[in-house]
Design a protein around this ligand. Structure first.
Ligand code: NAD
Ligand code: DAU
Length: 334
């Protein structure tokens, strides 16, 4: 099988590229990534010389490039996105361009190449948010996004489904809850808090820290997408979650505990505008139909994650100092 993986130099994409190449030694992977601030080829150093792996620097919104790449592959897995909610609040233009226009371009290319198999990696944030006590999101939950990021992902999901109904494009979608684990960019909760504490800096908890997320270890998300591209039913959506609802302050305290730091390191800061209160996923469908469920429990996943940042200090220090961007400028130009 030959896969075009977009956004494969980011957090989840790079874990997925590694997952596929390690698990299926005869598969070929093309990784198409624009190397925005979030893309980092250091995430893939260990596999860059693999004979079955090819990296292409480029934009999913580039018609000619995508049209050429798609012709030669069996499956497209679309991770490429602007992914950080806070950035979408500051400036959402890139979110519309990549998440909506870029996904549309990929769909067009997949259609024009005779109807290529297309898996779209999406988020639980498209469903909006829950109050404490509400039932968890599932595949029938109506869309109600509340941030520019989640609105752009919702738009892309609608386009993917429209290409299935209108053109018969063989698509699947996964809507996953919050991921954590190795290679997460240090702007998201885990990456930022762990690296700040390793640097002796304070950690900024938004508002009162009672917002709840459903956490999934990244390798388990990769396993779910693997199942869907092999056994998923065309035209279907699968909700993927960790069965692991935790308030932000709970995650914060866990990180402090693992690193042996005390609560003085917490700084309560101004809340995120429109901050979603709670996410939770009912993953009954993918469990029943495809036999997937998370394998990594919270304590194990948290320990692995903190240890990974401790062992990979050069990786996050280069990101935090901006050093990693200089490497790409040298390699690929600005
Ligand atoms: P990330 O920000 O770490 O990585 C995104 C990658 O996409 C980067 O490598 C970036 O360079 C690349 N990219 C951005 N714009 C591009 C473009 N126009 N063309 C080609 N490449 C481009 O994101 P992530 O956290 O790994 O998320 C990956 C996907 O999973 C996203 O679609 C996101 O919406 C979805 N998702 C993320 C989570 C989570 O918790 N992080 C949960 C559910 C779903
Ligand atoms: O639910 C899936 C989504 O999870 C993905 O679609 C997004 O791409 C991903 O970024 C993530 O979105 P969140 O906004 O939930 O993740 P983030 O790590 O930014 O924040 C997690 C929670 O922690 C959220 O309630 C905000 C809070 N937070 C975050 C940061 C960065 C803080 O309290 N302080 C912070 O500094």
């Amino acid at each position: 099988m030959k896969l075009l993986i977009t956004g494969g130099a980011g957090f989840i994409g790079s874990n997925f590229v590694r997952h596929i190449l390690n698990k299926y030694p005869d598969y070929q992977v093309i990784n198409l990534d624009l190397l925005t601030y979030a893309g980092n080829l250091e995430n893939l150093r260990d596999i860059e010389k693999n004979q079955n792996y090819q990296f292409v620097k480029g934009d999913i919104a580039d018609k000619k490039l995508v049209g050429d790449l798609v012709k030669d592959v069996d499956v497209i897995v679309n991770f490429a996105a602007e992914s950080h909610v806070d950035r979408s609040i500051l400036d959402s233009a890139a979110f519309i361009r990549t998440n909506v226009v870029g996904t549309h371009n990929l769909l067009e290319a997949a259609k024009n190449a005779g109807g290529k198999r297309f898996h779209h990696v999406s988020t639980d944030e498209v469903f909006g948010h829950l109050e404490p006590g509400d039932p968890a999101f599932n595949e029938s939950t109506p869309y109600a996004p509340r941030s520019p990021y989640s609105a752009s992902k919702a738009a892309s999901d609608h386009l993917v489904r429209a290409y299935f109904h209108t053109f018969g494009l063989p698509v699947t979608i996964s809507n996953c809850s919050n991921n954590y684990g190795p290679f997460q960019f240090p702007e998201k909760l885990h990456g930022l808090f762990i690296t700040n504490l390793l640097e002796g800096k304070k950690i900024p908890v938004y508002g009162d820290g009672t917002q709840v997320r459903d956490w999934l270890f990244v390798e388990d998300h990769c396993g779910a997408i693997d199942k869907i591209i092999h056994d998923g039913k065309i035209g279907e959506t699968y909700c993927v979650g960790g069965d692991c609802e935790k308030p932000n302050i709970g995650i914060t305290r866990k990180i402090l505990e693992i690193l042996g730091k005390d609560e003085e390191m917490i700084e309560y800061v101004k809340d995120r505008p429109g901050h979603d209160r709670r996410y939770a996923i009912n993953f009954g469908k993918i469990k029943r139909e495809l036999g997937w469920e998370p394998k990594t429990d919270f304590d194990t996943g948290m320990k692995k994650t903190v240890e990974w940042y401790q062992a990979n200090e050069a990786w996050w220090r280069d990101i935090k100092s901006g050093e990693y961007l200089k490497y790409y400028e040298k390699q690929y130009g600005k």
